[in-house]
Design a protein around this ligand. Structure first.
Ligand code: HC1
Length: 567
């Protein structure tokens, strides 16, 4: 261990601890911009410069402590230097905070406030790079980039996609896709993890809120909305609640206040997905279909396998995602039931995910000529709409979902956490195949934050091995096993984002591992307290089959609930 002094406080910490970490232990916060709790140390921004001894300056995030070190985090030298570095960053950053999507949540803005910098005194050197608006999911505003490299790390290391990287040197140094291509012309999967770690407004979700206001004010439209499983345990963070707090009833009430005609639950079609996907698995096992079968509900994951492993697309379940199944039902079953022309129904999704915006626009995603889903808002965008309508979210009384897509099960809500789709499927597949009731519904082996998880289940004397992967670099490992013929799994769940949808790229800013774990806890807590916990026991799903679909994998299901992705 090492004993050192930080601002006159003596502290003993293990060898290898950085000055930044040691300072935190004695409640001294050193300002940083590129440092992120879930990422490697970078020392790129140079804001965290502190004084060691009489006049030496070092970066606190990358300098390990030494025995007898004397660190000063507050002195004229430190403050002037940190201020100077900040002014240099600001000199190359558009100062249009009021128009910026990250206004109020920008780490650079917070530092400027801390240092009382309202405008850079240096010459404005902002280049006139074009904003990349080519994708339906993610916008890149290069001018705002502070070159912290967080987006590169998440894109390359966590997701293994590697679309974002470095180019040029010196004053021309920038972060960009290779050959400065637009995102839409790269293999970007639109997971939005880059938008989640960006400290400023340089890369962000495409804002579709205006589209929604338009639809809500259009008297000729019947505007309905679905809420994804993961949103209910995260959106509260935007209004002062702790991560993981269940605010489902408040979101429903807020959506009604915004003017949506009906408020439904994506969990309903998560239950439906289990019915269809569970039967598809049973069918593939019985009839020699392609195995392992892999889940298809995470659109960033679909983009990834299409881009990087197109030869393995047959392994993907043909089920559309719950978001798209909901959309398909909204323009068919629901339209018929309500006697509304499908062309007058405008279907909105609230998703934790930026890739869902892209999924909704895919050419495959329509039913009888109508788009399944007309617009997708991320959790962050919905929070902005609620704020801009002056809705007192914290104090609003809870309300319930509307019928016929309001009754759901615990199996559906756990879709929002890594391992949840697998667990939900096993609850149903086991009971359908064996005709026995499960003694315990909790498949704990597939829960938790570990990158790849495995379990084995005995289906009437046939043991099957299953796996769960989240984060695309973990998914890649599983795909490599399949490619090399070394995979003995029958069924695999893949979720694009680390942690599953609760860690989606459209979730409130600040999705650290600690926050994600709290959201996951919230999800399993909802499941535990639900009366119904198995999809095949959902009475509203049974009614849907009786009234409209017939049976799982039936003719109508094939027409509107299933699809095919081709290379
Ligand atoms: Fe998800 Fe899904 S769980 S993909 O993570 O299968 O986004 O929440 O809505 O569609 O249900 C996202 C979440 C979501 C779908 C479901």
């Amino acid at each position: 261990s090492c004993t050192l002094i930080i601002d006159n406080k003596e502290i003993t910490v293990p060898e290898g601890t950085t000055i930044l970490e040691a300072a935190k232990k004695v409640s001294i916060n050193i300002p940083t911009l590129c440092n992120h709790p879930d990422q490697q140390v970078k020392a790129n921004c140079r804001i965290c410069l502190v004084q060691v001894g009489p006049d030496k300056l070092v970066t606190a995030c990358s300098t390990p402590v030494k025995d007898g070190m004397n660190v000063i985090t507050h002195s004229k030298l430190v403050r002037d230097t940190q201020r100077g570095v900040l002014e240099l960053i600001l000199a190359n950053h558009p100062q249009d905070c009021l128009k910026c999507i990250r206004n109020g949540k920008c780490e650079l803005q917070k530092l400027c406030e801390m240092f009382h910098i309202s405008k850079s005194n240096l010459e404005d050197e902002i280049d006139s790079l074009e904003v990349d608006e080519s994708s339906p999911a993610i916008i890149r505003d290069h001018r705002k980039c502070i070159k912290c490299n967080r987006c590169i790390e998440v894109c390359q290391e966590v997701q293994g996609v590697g679309v974002l990287s470095h180019a040029h040197r010196s004053v021309d140094y920038c972060i960009t896709p290779a050959f400065e291509k637009k995102l839409m012309n790269t293999l970007c999967v639109f997971c939005g993890q880059c938008t989640s770690v960006c400290p400023v407004g340089a890369i962000y979700e495409k804002d579709d809120t205006e589209k929604i206001w338009h639809a809500l004010y259009d008297e000729n439209l019947h505007v309905i909305v679905q809420i994804a499983p993961a949103v209910r345990v995260s959106i509260g963070e935007e209004f002062g609640f702790d991560p993981g707090t269940k605010v489902t009833g408040k979101v429903i009430a807020a959506l009604r206040r915004l003017g949506f005609d009906k408020v439904f639950d994506t969990n309903f079609t998560a239950d439906l997905t289990i019915m269809e996907e569970g039967h598809e698995l049973i069918d593939r096992i019985k009839n020699g279909g392609t195995l392992p079968m892999i889940t298809s509900c995470s659109p960033g994951w679909i983009n990834y396998i299409e881009g990087f492993y197109p030869d393995l697309l047959d392994h993907i379940s043909t089920c559309k995602s719950p978001q798209q199944m909901f959309g398909a039902l909204s323009k068919t079953y629901y339209a018929e039931k309500m006697n509304i022309d499908p062309s007058q129904i405008f279907t909105v999704s609230i998703m934790p995910c930026t890739a869902k915006k892209y999924e909704a626009e895919r050419k495959e995603m329509s039913s009888y000529g109508y788009r399944d889903v007309d617009a997708v808002l991320t959790t962050r965008e919905l929070a902005r709409m609620i704020k801009s309508a002056s809705i007192d979210f914290a104090n609003i009384n809870e309300e319930d979902f509307d019928d016929p897509f309001g009754i759901t099960t615990g199996a559906a809500v756990i879709f929002g956490a890594t391992g949840g789709v697998m667990e939900a499927a096993l609850r149903t597949v086991y009971e359908v195949v064996t005709d026995n009731e499960l003694e315990s519904l909790d498949f704990t082996e597939v829960r938790g934050i570990e990158g790849i998880k495995e379990a084995e289940v005995d289906l009437n004397g046939t043991p099957i091995k299953v796996a769960v992967a989240h984060g695309l670099s973990n998914a890649r490992k599983v795909l490599e096993l399949i490619k090399q013929g070394k995979c003995d799994y029958t069924f695999i769940e893949v979720m694009c984002c680390p942690g599953g949808c609760i860690g989606g790229g459209g979730q409130p800013i600040g999705s650290t591992t600690e926050v994600k774990e709290k959201r996951i806890e919230g999800i399993y807590d909802i499941d535990k307290n639900m009366k119904l916990r198995k999809s095949h026991e959902n009475p509203a799903i049974r009614k849907l089959y009786e009234e409209f679909l017939g049976e799982p994998l039936g003719k109508i299901s094939h027409k509107i609930l299933h699809t095919h992705y081709s290379p």
